[in-house]
Design a protein around this ligand. Structure first.
Ligand code: GDP
Length: 703
C-alpha cells in the first residue's frame, strides 16, 4: 500500500491551491525524452487511456502535471482539469482536445510556457502517482517552428529535472544511448544517476541481444536501473476498444508475448527489467521512497512557511478574520448606512427647493416672453406701433411712490399675467418634478456609491445604479399623473395669501439678482472674446440707431454686413445689445419689486415677478407633497432591499469571487488567510504522517 504517496499527493493538491506563493514543493516524477522517443505512448500505457494530443506537428508547449488517484470506488475512470472546472470528464478523447487547445493557446512568440496544466485522473486501476509530462526535446527545429523553440524547451525541462524530482528519461532502443537527449540532460543534474529511471522504448525494433545489452548498460549506469518496454499497440488488438481503460492489459499482453519469446535475453534469470507493469511498480516504489525520505524536510519547510504567513497575518492585518461573504455583507451595511444618512437629509424642503429652482427657470422664460420683450437689434426690424411696451409697467428710474395709477391699458396686463400663470400651471409640472427629483436621487446614489467600497467594483456599481433606476421608474408614471391631478385646481385660479406674497417678493429678488449676474457675466465674456471694446460700442450704437429708425438699412445687407460692420460683428453686437437691455430691464424690475407698489398682492398686475414666484412656490409645494408620498418614500424603503436582492443574484456563479478580486487589498487579505489555513491543514496532515512513519520504523526496529 503506497500510503505515503497517497497522503503526499493530497498534500500536494492542497499546496497547489495555495498557488504561486508557496515555495514548498513535493517530489514528482518528471518525464523527459526526445520527440518520437515514445514518451506519450509510455505515459498512456501507465494511465491505461489514450489521452495525449498526437500528430507530427504537435509540440507540447506547456508541462502537464498529471496526478493519478487510485480511487477504488470510482465506477468509471474520469479526469478533471481542476484549474478550469469541477466537471468530471469520462470521455478521454475530449481530454485530448482540451489539452490540444490549451497548448495552442500559448502564442508562437512565447514558444513554450512554464505554467503547467493540471490534470487529475481517477480510476480504480491507476496507482497513486504524480507525473509531469514535459515538452519533448527537439533535435532540429521544423520549418514552421520558432528558432528558439529548441533552446526554450531545454530550459523548461532543466527547471523541472532539479531535485527532489525523479527523472523518467525516455530513450528509444533503436537510437544509440550515447545520443539520448534525455540521458544527457539527466546526467547534467544527476551525474551519479541516483534519481533517474531509464526507460527504453521500442524494444521490439532491435535485436533481442542488443535490447538486453541496453538494459544492462554499464556505460551510463543508473542506480534505479533501466526498464525495457513496448508501448505501441499491436496491429491486431482483438477485442480492445479504444478509450476502454484496459490499454495497459493489451500492451502488457503484447510485451509478454514478445519478451517470453526470447527467454535467454529477457527470462527471469537474466535480471533485466522489462514491461510496463514492472515500470509502473518501480515508479510507485521509487516515488514512495522519495516522498518518505523528504517527509522531514518537507514538514520543516511547511512549518517555516506557516510561521512566516502567521507573522504576515499579524503585522499586516492584525489577525483580523475575513471572508468574501463578510466583506460583501460589510460593504452592503456601510452602503445602507450611507443611504440612510442621505435620506434624512433629502426630505420635502430639499426636494421643494430643487423643484422650485427648475420652475424659476420657467418663470423667467414667461417673464422674458411677456414682459421683457424689448425689440432686438434685427437690422431689418421695424418696431410696431405697440403701446403695450414694458415702459408701461412701473418704471424703476421713477421714485417708487410715483407709479402711474391710471394705467393706459389695464386689461392687457391683466390678460398677460393670467396667461403667464396659466402657462406655468400647464407646463407639465408633474413630469418636471418627477424627472428633477428622480435624477437628483440617481446622481446622489452615484455619489454614495463613490463613497462606499462598491466604488472599486464596476459591475456591482452598475447593479446598484440599475436598482435605483428600476425602483424609481416603477412609480414614475403614476406619480406624474397624480401630481397633474392634484394641480388641476390651480390651472384656472391661484389664490395667493399675504404671507405667500411676501415670501415670493423676497425670493424673486434673489432670482432676479442671479439672472442679472448671469447677464453681466455673459457680457464680460463677450467683451473678452471681442477684445476691442471701442469697436463693440460702435456696433452697438449702430444697432440702436437702426432700432430707433434713425437710419434705415436694407434687408439684403444683413449677411454681408452694414454700416461698415461685417455680418459676424453685427451678430456679436446684437448679442451685446440684448444683454445690455436685459440687464437694464432686470435692474429696473428689481427696483420695482422692492417698491412700495409691490408690497401688496392687490397690485399683482404691476408686479408679475412676485405673483409668478408665489405661484411657482405653491405648485412646487403641492407637487412635492404628492411626489414624496407616491415615489420617494417608496424608494426609501424599497431601494435598500432591491440592492440587496440584486447584488445577491450578481454574486452567484463565481460572482462573489470576482467581486472580491476587484479589491486588491481584500484579495491579498483573503489569500493570506487561505494560505494560512491550507498550510495549517497541510502541516497537520504531514505531521500525522510523520508520526505514523516514525511508529512504523520504531516497530520495525523493535522486531
Ligand atoms: P513521443 O513523441 O515521444 O510522445 O512519441 P510517441 O509516443 O508519439 O511515439 C512516436 C512513434 O513511435 C509513434 O508512431 C508510436 O506508435 C511509436 N512507438 C512508440 N512506442 C513504440 C514501441 O514500443 N514500439 C514501436 N514499434 N513503436 C513505438
Amino acid at each position: 500500500m503506497m500510503f505515503v504517496t497517497k497522503k503526499m499527493i493530497e498534500i500536494r493538491n492542497l499546496l497547489q491551491q495555495v498557488g504561486q506563493s508557496t515555495s514548498v514543493t513535493l517530489p514528482s516524477i518528471v518525464v523527459i525524452g526526445s520527440q518520437s522517443s515514445g514518451k506519450s505512448s509510455v505515459l498512456e500505457a501507465i494511465v491505461g487511456h489514450e489521452f495525449l494530443p498526437k500528430g507530427t506537428n504537435m509540440v507540447t508547449r506547456r508541462p502537464i502535471e498529471l496526478t493519478l488517484v487510485n480511487d477504488p470506488n470510482a465506477r468509471a475512470d474520469y479526469a478533471l482539469f481542476p484549474d478550469i472546472s469541477s466537471e468530471r470528464i469520462t470521455n478521454f478523447s475530449s481530454i485530448q482536445k482540451t489539452l490540444m487547445e490549451l497548448n495552442q493557446a500559448v502564442p508562437d512568440s512565447e514558444c513554450v510556457s512554464d505554467d503547467p496544466i493540471h490534470l487529475t485522473i481517477h480510476s480504480p486501476r491507476v496507482p497513486d502517482l504524480t507525473l509531469t509530462d514535459l515538452p519533448g526535446y527537439i533535435q532540429v527545429a521544423g520549418e514552421n517552428q520558432p528558432r528558439e523553440l529548441k533552446r526554450k524547451i531545454s530550459e523548461l525541462c532543466d527547471k523541472y529535472i532539479r531535485g527532489p524530482n525523479i527523472i523518467l528519461a525516455i530513450s528509444a532502443a533503436d537510437v544509440d544511448l550515447a545520443n539520448s537527449t534525455a540521458l544527457q540532460a539527466s546526467r547534467r543534474v544527476d551525474p551519479r544517476g541516483e534519481r533517474t529511471i531509464g526507460v527504453i522504448t521500442k524494444m521490439d525494433l532491435v535485436d533481442p541481444e542488443k535490447g538486453a545489452a541496453i538494459l544492462t548498460d554499464k556505460q551510463y549506469p543508473l542506480r534505479l536501473g533501466y526498464v525495457g518496454v513496448i508501448s505501441k499497440l499491436p496491429a491486431q488488438t482483438g477485442l480492445f476498444k479504444r478509450d476502454s481503460g484496459n490499454l495497459l492489459s493489451v500492451i502488457s499482453r503484447n510485451e509478454k508475448a514478445f519478451f517470453s519469446a526470447h527467454p535467454s535475453e529477457f527470462g527471469p534469470d537474466t535480471g533485466v527489467n522489462i514491461g510496463t507493469i514492472t515500470l509502473r511498480k518501480k515508479l510507485m516504489q521509487v516515488l514512495e521512497r522519495q516522498m518518505s525520505s523528504k517527509l522531514q524536510v518537507t514538514s520543516q519547510d511547511i512549518r517555516r512557511e506557516l510561521e512566516e504567513t502567521t507573522y504576515q497575518f499579524k503585522i499586516q492585518y492584525s489577525e483580523q478574520p475575513m471572508t468574501a461573504e463578510a466583506y460583501l455583507a460589510g460593504s452592503l451595511d456601510d452602503f445602507k448606512h450611507l443611504f440612510r444618512k442621505f435620506t434624512s437629509g433629502f426630505q420635502r424642503p430639499q426636494m421643494q427647493d430643487l423643484l422650485k429652482n427648475a420652475l424659476d427657470q420657467r418663470m423667467l422664460d414667461q417673464l422674458a416672453a411677456r414682459y421683457w420683450n424689448k425689440p432686438m437689434g434685427d437690422l431689418s426690424f421695424v418696431p410696431p406701433e405697440d403701446p403695450h411696451n414694458i415702459a408701461d409697467l412701473p418704471k424703476a428710474d421713477l421714485p417708487s411712490t410715483d407709479l402711474p395709477r391710471d394705467h393706459p391699458n389695464p386689461p392687457y396686463w391683466h390678460k398677460q399675467l393670467d396667461l403667464a400663470a396659466s402657462e406655468l400651471t400647464h407646463s407639465g409640472v408633474g413630469r418636471l418634478a418627477t424627472t428633477v427629483i428622480a435624477s437628483a436621487i440617481q446622481s446622489d446614489v452615484d455619489k454614495l456609491i463613490n463613497k462606499s467600497t462598491f466604488a472599486k467594483h464596476p459591475s456591482a456599481r452598475q447593479v446598484i445604479a440599475e436598482a435605483a433606476s428600476t425602483v424609481l421608474a416603477d412609480r414614475a408614471y403614476t406619480t406624474i399623473d397624480g401630481i397633474e391631478t392634484s394641480l388641476k385646481p390651480y390651472r384656472f385660479d391661484v389664490d395667493i395669501q399675504d404671507h405667500e406674497w411676501t415670501q415670493g417678493r423676497d425670493h424673486v429678488s434673489g432670482v432676479l439678482k442671479t439672472e442679472l449676474e448671469h447677464c453681466q457675466t455673459a457680457m464680460k465674456k463677450l467683451e473678452e472674446v471681442f477684445g476691442d471694446k471701442k469697436r463693440l460700442r460702435e456696433v452697438m450704437t449702430f444697432i440702436d440707431r437702426v432700432r430707433k429708425r434713425d437710419i434705415v438699412v436694407g434687408r439684403e445687407s444683413e449677411t454681408a454686413g452694414a454700416g461698415g460692420f461685417s455680418g459676424e460683428l453685427l451678430a456679436r453686437g446684437r448679442e451685446a445689445v440684448f444683454l445690455r437691455d436685459r440687464a437694464e430691464i432686470i435692474k429696473m424690475r428689481m427696483l420695482a419689486v422692492k417698491s412700495r407698489q409691490c408690497k401688496t398682492k392687490e397690485n399683482k398686475y404691476y408686479c408679475p415677478e412676485v405673483f409668478l414666484d408665489a405661484v411657482a412656490t405653491k405648485l412646487s409645494a403641492v407637487a412635492i407633497l404628492f411626489l414624496n408620498v407616491e415615489m420617494v418614500n417608496d424608494f426609501y424603503t424599497r431601494f435598500p432591499r432591491e440592492v440587496e436582492a440584486k447584488l445577491g443574484e450578481h454574486m452567484l456563479d463565481g460572482g462573489l469571487q470576482k467581486f472580491v478580486e476587484g479589491d486588491a487589498n481584500i484579495r491579498r487579505h483573503l489569500d493570506l488567510i487561505k494560505k494560512k489555513e491550507l498550510l495549517e491543514l497541510v502541516l497537520a496532515k504531514i505531521e500525522s504522517l510523520n508520526s505514523l512513519e516514525g511508529h512504523e520504523k520504531g516497530d520495525m526496529g523493535g522486531r
